[in-house]
Structures are given as C-alpha cells and as structure tokens.
Ligand binder design. Structure first.
Ligand SMILES: [Zn+2]
Length: 474
C-alpha cells in the first residue's frame, strides 16, 4: 500500500516517493525522509490555531513511520525579526511584547517557548529531532543573503533594507498560482500607500539595517550586519543546515502559501541553485472559531489554558483535531469539543482493560487493519480512521484490540489506555447479563430482549462478543 499526500505545489494528491527512492534525484542522504515545519513566533500564548499546525507536523511524522519510513524532523523556533505585519513594516513582534510586559526580548522568547513546549507535551506530541532557534543561526542567514547578493538577486535601499528582487526569480508564482492574481491586486492597492523603496510589489526584505541609531536588545557587532534579518530567510537557512539544500517535505499552515513559503522557495532556489528545493509542500488548513476568524476583538483566541479551565483534557482537543482531515477547514465550537470529549471517553470505556500488544506481522492481513491503513494512506484521512476504529468495536475479532493498541501507540497517542478507570459492575447487573446470555443460547428471544431492557433501565448496555459479552455504562 502506498501513501498518497496532497502536494500544494502540484495541487494534486500524489503518491509519496521520497527523494531517496526517486531516480530523478542523485540523493546522497539515504535511509531517511527529511521534513521541516515552521513554528509560531514565540511572543504570546499559542492558540488552538497554532496547535493545529503542530499537531499536523506530528501527524505527518507519525504517518511516515506507519509506512516504514525513518524520519528526520525539524521545527524552527522563530525568536527574532518577525514584524507585526507579515509585510515588511511594523515593529518587531517580540520587541513590542517585551515593552508591554516590561521584560527583555530574550525573556519573552524563553517564556513563550516554555509554554509552547509544555503545550506540546500536554497534547502528547514528542519533540522534533532538531528545534533550532533563529537567533542561533544569524551567521547562516547572513551567508545565504551573501550568496544571493553574489548572484545579483538582491538590491539595497541604502542604510535601510536589502531586498530580494522577485522579478529575477523564475517561477516566483509557482506555489501560489491560483492566488497570484489576487495577491498582486492586494499588493497594488497597498503600494499606492507605500513601497518602502521596493522595485516590485512582491519584493521582500532579507535584512534590515539600522537607520534610527536606536539600540535593539538583539543586536550584533558586525560592521555591516548589525540589525536584523527578514523573517523569511531563517527558514531557508536553518532547514538547509539540518536537512540539506534539497529535502522531502515542508509543512506549515495554508496561510503561508502566498507570502512566506513562496519567498522561502525564491531565496532557497536562487541561493542554492536547486529546483525543486522541496519535493512536497504540505499545508494544514485554517481552524475557524464559530465559523469565523479567530480574533482578539471577538475574544475567541482560545489557548490550551482556556480549554483546560473548562475541564477538558488537552487530549480531548487532540481528538477534536483528528475529527477533521488536516487539509480541510475545521470549525471549533465548545459544542464540538464536547462531542470530541464524549466520543473519546466512550472509546476509553469500550477499551477497558483491553490493551494488547502484538507484532504488526500478526495482524497485517486483517481486513480491519488494511481498511484503517487505507484511510491513513489517503492523504491521512483521520475522520475515516476514527470511524473505522469505532465500527471495529461492533464486530470484534481476535485482532481488534491489538490493532487499536497499535494505532494508539504509534499514531493517535490519545491516552486511551492510560486514562481508564476501573468500573465496578454490580452483581445484579452481572446476573441479568448472564441470564440473557443463557436465554440467547436457548433461542428464547423474548426473554433475552426483556432482560436487555431491564439492563437498559439500570443504565447498562450489553455488547455481544463471540465468546461472551461486555457490559458498558450508558
Ligand atoms: Zn517558514
């Protein structure tokens, strides 16, 4: 069975063939799939929107492992140079927050990085293999800018910015092509206001020089490179350092397609002289709240803390994420989180004491396993996988629990077994269920039905098994 994944670059679901298996590439780094994810800028409490992207990075990594790939995963930590607007104006986000909280930018970065790492842990998401910080990689960023300067892809607005000249970039529109016209229209409307010395509206900053003489917290002492990099350059510099100048998968949310990722491609392909820089562009779609955008003015920028304050487990939120395919929009409401919580709790009850470890070889030909893998192979169709798991419990065979355990341990990681509590079954209930089983054996359907009704009136549900029955609290 082959994994198929939606590649934003081709606008198609493609069979996943990593560089190491692709004869079109002379790929020296055998044995691994190399993937990179951007990261939210660490300057405020991450929202459930941010966590959907992190969840997706983990999802892609776990999916690759289900298909026997070994993975090297990098997720960057943006702690410098991200301005308040994604265009090249406004203040540095971190500096703005530092002023507000009366602490240094370093403290802001550290504080929110810690909160994010804690959040990942609460969602049962392992750390990524390398989590480099932008501030630790200024030299790499400068060296890439120098390469671009040598190849004449840049120009300087003296004492202000170094810009990337996008008119010299072949196929600059490639990743965003259906949206390119719209982006140009937006930019053209904007440039009537100010071009900041740019030659083309799509040009973007690689480096900001100090024009004000004002001292910044994050300052360096090189004669030329004294202020800060533009925020696109860090991803190109860090990914190439850890993954090489070409790699398999680049992921983050769809919001970045038209600006950030298109700019990353431009500077990497021009700087490193490769095409394509990345083979698969994977994007998770937006998370909406109450069918609208999350916004501070609507008081709906929910964080993990908000979720926990309302007595939900972070794993309920994780279950909620699984309920939509990563590549689709998902709408968050507290009612939907309730659905996720109740479904997860019901699943935990059904799995009571049934954790079963078996070697994958033992159930690989089981139709349930095949069907479940089929769902994952189809662009990671998690809602379908959940439905398949649910229905497998209505028709249990000797592999069912081992297969669910396998998915839980390797893919879902929802604490389905850890959070179980032992439910005491009253002897009266146990007796009624036993009598019903006898009645069924004797084909006395009327008695069996009436016994089932009695159980229901006591709030117990009986689930028939080939070898007996299970009792579940309603
Ligand atoms: Zn990035």
């Amino acid at each position: 069975m082959k994994l198929k994944i939606y590649n934003t670059m081709s606008r198609q679901k493609e069979e996943f063939v990593p560089l190491m298996e692709d004869s079109n590439y002379n790929w020296p780094k055998k044995d691994f799939v190399w993937m990179y994810s951007c990261w939210p800028t660490v300057y405020r409490d991450p929202s459930i929107w941010n966590y959907r992207a992190t969840f997706t990075a983990d999802l892609i990594r776990n999916t690759l492992k289900l298909f026997w790939y070994k993975v090297v995963s990098v997720m960057n930590i943006t702690d410098v140079g991200h301005l308040t607007s994604d265009a090249d104006d406004g203040e540095d986000k971190l500096e703005k927050w530092a002023k507000r909280e009366w602490i240094s930018v370093w403290e802001v970065a550290k504080k929110y990085e810690n909160i994010f790492m804690k959040g990942m842990k609460a969602l049962n998401i392992d750390t990524f293999d390398v989590m480099p910080k932008a501030t630790d990689h200024i030299a790499e960023q400068i060296s890439l800018i120098q390469k671009l300067e040598e190849k004449a892809y840049t120009y300087e607005v003296p004492g202000d910015w170094i810009y990337m000249d996008t008119s010299k970039v072949e196929n600059y529109w490639e990743l965003m092509w259906p949206n390119y016209k719209k982006r140009l229209e937006d930019l053209n409307a904007w440039i009537r206001v100010d071009m900041w010395g740019k030659k083309n509206p799509t040009d973007f900053a690689l480096w900001k020089f100090n024009v004000t003489g004002q001292k910044r917290d994050m300052e360096r002492d090189s004669p030329r490179w004294i202020w800060f990099p533009g925020w696109h350059i860090e991803c190109s510099a860090m990914s190439s350092k850890y993954l090489g100048e070409q790699f398999d998968i680049h992921h983050w949310w769809a919001d970045h397609i038209t600006v950030h990722h298109s700019n990353e491609i431009a500077q990497s392909e021009c700087g490193f002289g490769v095409h394509p820089w990345v083979k698969y562009w994977v994007h998770n779609e937006f998370l909406q709240v109450d069918w609208g955008k999350m916004s501070k003015s609507l008081w709906n920028v929910y964080t993990l803390e908000d979720v926990q304050k309302r007595w939900y487990s972070p794993l309920d939120l994780k279950y909620f994420y699984f309920m939509a395919q990563y590549s689709n929009f998902q709408n968050f409401t507290w009612e939907q989180l309730d659905v996720a919580k109740n479904t997860r709790q019901a699943l935990i009850r059904k799995l009571q004491w049934r954790e079963e470890l078996k070697d994958r070889k033992e159930f690989e030909n089981d139709p349930f396993f095949k069907e479940a893998m089929e769902a994952v192979s189809d662009n990671i169709n998690t809602p379908k996988l959940l439905a398949i798991i649910q229905s497998s419990l209505n028709n249990v065979n000797e592999n069912t629990y081992a297969i669910i355990t396998f998915f839980e341990n390797n893919f879902l990681k929802l604490w389905l077994f850890e959070e179980q509590e032992k439910v005491e079954i009253p002897s009266e209930v146990q007796e009624l269920a036993q009598k019903r089983r006898e009645a069924k054996k004797n084909k006395d359907w009327n008695t069996a039905d009436s016994l089932r009704d009695q159980l229901t009136s006591l709030w117990w549900k009986i689930l028939d098994r080939p070898d007996g029955f299970d009792l579940e609290k309603i």
